[in-house]
Ligand binder design. Structure first.
Ligand SMILES: Nc1nc2c(ncn2[C@@H]2O[C@H](COP(=O)(O)OP(=O)(O)OP(=O)(O)O)[C@@H](O)[C@H]2O)c(=O)[nH]1
Length: 230
C-alpha cells in the first residue's frame, strides 16, 4: 500500500496541534481528490485562510489541521490536500485515511471531470463500500469562456455517484462563504453517516445480546430466578 508520508502544514488562526491522544471520533478527516491543477490546494487555502494565492508548487501531500465551529459544535478537522500527480496505488492510503471526500474537477478540463468516476470507484473498492460520504466540486467557475463541462453534466454526475454538487471558484473572493458552506455540508453529511452507522452497530449488538440471553434460557444455563415463598 502507498505510504502516506503527509507533511503537516502550519496554518495561522485556528490551527490545532494533535498530541496523539485525539480519538478518531473527534477528528473529521477530509481528503481532496482530483487531477493535477484542478484547484485542490486553492480551495483548501481559500477555506482555511479566506485567501487566494495565484500559484502554488504542485502539491506532494499536505495535511492541514484546523479547528472551527459548525452548528455550535467545536470541530477538529484534518484536511488532506493530495497530489494530483502520483504513482499507481496512491489512492489506497487516502481512501482508508479519510472520513469523507471532496472530489474536485475543473470546469475547464473535461478529462479531470471524466476521471472523477474512476477516483470514486477506487475509493469504494479500497473501502469495500459504496457508502462514501463526499461532495462533488466543479472548480474554476470564473473561467466561463474556457468551460468544457456544462453545469448540468456536473449535476448528473453528482446524482450518479450520490454526492451533493457545487460549482465554485476558489479565485473569486465573493465565493468565500459558498466554499465554507460546502465544507460545512460535508461535515453534516459525514456526521449523519457516522451516527447512522453507530446506530446500526448498537442495534446489531443489542440484538446479538438478546439472542444470547434467549439461548441461555433454552439451554438451561441462565441463572435461576429467585422466587419469594410465603
Ligand atoms: N481562474 C482560476 N484559477 C484557479 C482556480 N483554482 C485554482 N486555480 C489555479 O489553477 C492552478 C492549479 O491550482 P492548484 O490549487 O495548485 O491545483 P491542485 O489541484 O492543488 O494541483 P496539484 O497540486 O498539482 O494536484 C493554479 O495556477 C491556481 O492559481 C479558480 O477557481 N479559478
Amino acid at each position: 500500500m502507498h505510504d502516506l508520508s503527509i507533511k503537516n502544514k502550519t496554518m495561522n488562526g485556528s490551527r490545532y496541534r494533535s498530541n496523539g491522544s485525539d480519538s478518531k471520533d473527534t477528528i473529521f478527516k477530509v481528503v481532496l481528490l482530483g487531477c493535477p491543477g484542478v484547484g485542490k490546494t486553492a480551495l483548501t487555502v481559500r477555506f482555511l485562510t479566506k485567501r487566494f494565492i495565484g500559484e502554488y508548487c504542485p502539491t506532494l501531500e499536505s495535511i492541514y489541521k484546523y479547528r472551527t465551529n459548525f452548528d455550535d459544535d467545536e470541530v477538529k478537522m484534518e484536511i488532506l490536500d493530495t497530489a494530483g500527480q502520483m504513482e499507481e496505488g496512491w489512492k489506497d492510503g487516502y481512501a482508508l485515511w479519510g472520513d469523507c471526500f471532496v472530489f474536485v474537477y475543473s470546469i475547464t478540463d473535461k478529462d479531470s471531470f471524466d476521471e472523477i468516476i474512476n477516483i470514486k470507484r477506487q475509493v469504494e473498492n479500497v473501502r469495500h463500500s459504496t457508502a462514501i460520504s463526499g461532495i462533488l466540486v466543479g472548480n474554476k467557475s470564473d473561467l466561463l469562456h474556457d468551460r468544457q463541462v456544462p453545469v448540468n453534466h456536473g449535476m448528473e454526475l453528482a446524482d450518479e455517484i450520490g454526492c451533493k454538487f457545487y460549482e465554485v471558484s476558489a479565485a473569486d473572493w465573493t465565493q468565500v462563504s459558498v466554499i465554507s458552506d460546502m465544507f460545512q455540508d460535508l461535515f453534516r453529511e459525514c456526521r449523519r453517516a457516522k451516527n447512522a452507522r453507530e446506530g446500526r452497530q448498537r442495534k446489531a449488538s443489542s440484538s446479538v445480546r438478546f439472542k444470547q440471553a434467549i439461548q441461555k434460557v433454552i439451554s438451561g444455563k441462565a441463572p435461576a430466578r429467585r422466587t419469594l415463598s410465603a
